[in-house]
Design a protein around this ligand. Structure first.
Ligand SMILES: [Zn+2]
Length: 280
């Protein structure tokens, strides 16, 4: 069983941690680094014969359509991260529908293929907004990978199922990977925790998950996490600064090790969604 490699394509200044100090209206005037950072990720995948899923922000796709072209041409799965990186938990149903619907149509127009998957910014699905799955079904998404079944100050549904489940709308949820340790789900899916944990711990966790669980492990990372040179954003909390800039210099080496140590493919392939059979 191959693990699922996923990348959330967004620029370093579009993350939720900076939403109070950077206005989305100013995004276009900030020096972008998303294309070269995504190129680095694509190169690592090419070097290791790995295909992945790229949950891409509609805003990025509209401004840099060449990124979409590269992702698709290199055989990866293109998926949606919404349009404006708004947390689902901050939106009305109509706002959410416009955000995920616009992203899907744009990504399909640019790629010429169906978009099956969606990942909510900051894993912002909660017990309060379960209507999100009805909207995703209306917009003809097949699966979501937006729930992290952990306790965290900004996201997570601690008691959500740890493995893929079917929602009433027909859209599947594929949660981020965890390991239950003394009654608590430990996040082992990548991102900030991948930068925090020593690599040997991540490696142990993925191996352990693979031996114990009958489901593909899900890993995620952002292109900006490989970018040591990214400009430092001012006026953010100490905690946000720690989380965003921690161990950026270690990520490329650790990702290379992951690609060598485990077998990876896209979410659609590891979880059995056929892009050709899906209607637009
Ligand atoms: Zn994101």
């Amino acid at each position: 069983m191959k693990n699922a490699m996923t990348i959330d394509v967004e620029d370093y200044f579009q993350v939720s941690a900076f939403e109070k100090v950077i206005n989305p209206q100013d995004w276009g005037s900030i020096a972008s680094r998303v294309e070269e950072n995504t190129d680095r990720v694509l190169q690592l995948f090419a070097d290791h014969n790995t295909t992945a899923t790229f949950f891409t922000l509609g805003w990025v796709a509209r401004r840099f359509p060449q990124i979409i072209e590269k992702i698709v041409k290199q055989g990866h799965e293109l998926a949606s991260h919404g349009t404006m990186h708004r947390r689902a938990s901050d939106l009305t149903r109509d706002e959410f529908q416009a955000d995920v619907g616009d992203a899907k149509r744009l990504l399909e127009d640019l790629s010429g293929g169906p978009i099956l998957g969606y990942r909510a910014p900051s894993f912002s699905f909660t017990r309060q907004n379960e209507w999100v799955y009805e909207v995703l079904a209306e917009e003809k998404y097949r699966y979501s990978s937006s729930v992290y079944p952990v306790v965290h100050d900004h996201y997570g549904i601690p008691d959500a199922p740890r493995f893929r489940y079917h929602t009433l709308s027909g859209v599947d949820e594929i949660p981020l990977s965890t390991l239950p340790i003394v009654g608590k789900n430990i996040p082992i899916s990548g991102g900030g925790y991948f930068r925090l944990y020593p690599y040997v711990l991540t490696k142990w966790a993925i191996s352990h998950f693979g031996q114990k669980e009958n489901a593909p492990y899900v890993f995620y990372l952002h292109p900006w996490e490989l970018d040591v040179e990214q400009p430092r954003i001012q006026n953010i909390s100490k905690k946000s600064r720690f989380r965003h800039y921690l161990n950026l210099s270690r990520v490329e080496g650790r990702l290379t090790a992951l690609l060598n140590d485990f077998e990876w493919t896209s979410m659609a392939e590891s979880y059995g969604y056929d892009q050709k059979e899906s209607e637009r």
